[in-house]
Write a protein that binds this ligand. Structure first.
Ligand code: ZN
Length: 118
């Protein structure tokens, strides 16, 4: 599995944004997709995605990949913890449209952070 941890992304956001991110995930049970974190911090999607993969987020959250079928990008069909290798589910039937999915081209990927705060 590639190492997604890259501290450089943390240097690209302000101390206020960093504090906001930490405060957001300090709430037990809080979750944030890259889209939500982008909106929260006012950063681009790619930056939010990179932030979720940062060590800081890994220290306070469990991070999972979300896989969505192109028929319904907003409703993930699967979530996979970052620590696992690959997506061992081909072929499978999309629960939303019933189509068989045989390859990665039919899927959209994003990520979600789930606070580990108790
Ligand atoms: Zn589908």
């Amino acid at each position: 599995m590639p190492n997604f941890i890259n501290q450089k992304h943390l240097e690209a956001i302000t101390a206020e944004q960093k504090a906001k991110l930490i405060e957001y995930f300090a709430a037990p049970g809080s979750t944030g997709t890259d889209e939500q974190i982008a909106a929260l911090l006012g950063v681009e999607y790619q930056m939010a995605n990179a932030l979720l993969a940062s060590k800081m987020c890994k220290d306070i959250c469990d991070i999972e990949f979300l896989a969505s079928h192109s028929c319904n990008p907003d409703k993930p069909v699967s979530s996979i913890p970052y620590q696992l290798d690959g997506f061992p589910f081909f072929p499978f039937i999309c629960p939303h449209c019933g189509s068989p999915i045989n390859n990665y081209q039919d899927l959209l990927f994003s990520s979600i952070a789930i606070s580990t705060a108790k």
